[in-house]
Design a protein around this ligand. Structure first.
Ligand SMILES: [Zn+2]
Length: 345
């Protein structure tokens, strides 16, 4: 099943650029990273397609494991729920990022963990060696250390942790198929709620106007010319560097990329719904999770949203939700946001 495919934060086009432009050593690890992704995907091919039975208690517990720079999952348990802080910064970043993500979903959307039934959250740090990615594999989040030359550790950005767990939320709700437009919507949901986790977690909390709308700020090592992996405010501008290439994301349908790479451009065309969400949040003003976020969450969790939904299907559903939640003014704000990315609802 598509939903059990591994879903990575760093898209293959970045790894392929490094494979083409890097030193022999960099080329070797880029190839290795691409092939490890494929290995994890293969390992999970036989995973059960039905969600696990919900936990009996309704409080999600966090469990952080250490893979010890191997690829065996989940690894050794190093911090369970309620355990004191670790001496390992990555362990604590995952433990804290899990609770920040649980808080947003619970306090704002009344959702009880990613399955809405208190599912425990499992994360593994120090996966593989110098591993340049973070992933959701259908059952847990996985974080590489980065090689320190191109990427820093992947636990450094709380929006990346929120991004990976939101793949779980999508898996348990609309189960958007991870290819073409439904796949780009799946990626976009993770960026939208990952960014909301970051804005909600900031002290003080950030309004739509104050937020940077970057995904993965701090992930690039200093030598790379880039602010982040993606920008929801200005898709296509997050990085430009001789080694890793240029951010290929379009902001509007005029730039829609038709490709067989990256499952049909799921990390590329996600720029379009990402930018629509940014514009919707700005149209409402204030905290993005309160209005635009509520509209998006209502649409994502509506049973009428098909796993094969395209951009227009999702856009129309958000317009309906906006009207139901916030009246004709809300409807107009959402309609306008989609129109500005080239989608007429
Ligand atoms: Zn993703």
């Amino acid at each position: 099943m598509m939903r059990n495919r591994v879903q990575c934060i760093v898209p293959p086009h970045v790894l392929e650029a490094i494979e083409a432009n890097g030193t022999p050593e960099q080329r070797a690890w880029a190839a290795a990273t691409l092939s490890v992704d494929a290995t994890v995907r293969a390992d999970r091919a036989e995973a059960p397609t039905a969600p696990p039975h919900p936990a009996a208690d309704l409080t999600a517990h966090r469990r952080v494991y250490d893979a010890g720079n191997t690829t065996s999952l989940p690894g050794t348990l190093v911090r369970g729920e309620g355990d004191p802080a670790s001496a390992d910064v990555s362990v604590n970043e995952v433990y804290d990022g899990f609770s920040t993500t649980l808080d947003l979903y619970n306090q704002v959307y009344s959702r009880n963990s990613i399955d809405d039934a208190g599912l425990d959250l499992i994360g593994t740090v120090h996966y593989s060696t110098d591993f340049n990615n973070a992933m959701w594999d259908g059952g847990q989040a996985i974080f590489g250390d980065g090689d320190g030359d191109i990427f820093n550790r992947f636990t450094i950005a709380v929006d990346v942790i929120g991004h990976e767990l939101t793949h779980g939320v999508t898996q348990y709700t609309a189960a958007l198929a991870y290819r073409n437009q439904s796949g780009a919507l799946n990626e976009s949901m993770s960026d939208v709620f990952g960014s909301l986790v970051k804005q909600y977690h900031a002290f003080p909390r950030q309004t739509a106007e104050q937020a940077d709308w970057l995904i993965g700020a701090g992930l690039w090592a200093p030598r790379i010319r880039g602010a982040a992996l993606r920008s929801m405010k200005a898709p296509g501008t997050a990085y430009e560097d001789p080694l890793v290439g240029k951010d290929p994301q379009p902001a509007t349908m005029d730039g829609y990329v038709t490709t067989r790479q990256d499952n049909g451009g799921v990390h590329i065309n996600s720029g379009i719904p990402n930018h629509a969400f940014y514009l919707a949040a700005l149209n409402f003003g204030g905290y993005a999770w309160e209005k635009a976020g509520r509209v998006w969450y209502s649409a994502l969790t509506d049973r009428s949203l098909s796993s094969n939904a395209g951009f227009l299907d999702f856009a129309r559903l958000t317009v309906q939700k906006a009207e139901a939640l916030f009246g004709s003014g809300g409807r107009q704000r959402i309609h306008d946001a989609w129109a500005r990315v080239g989608i007429s609802t």
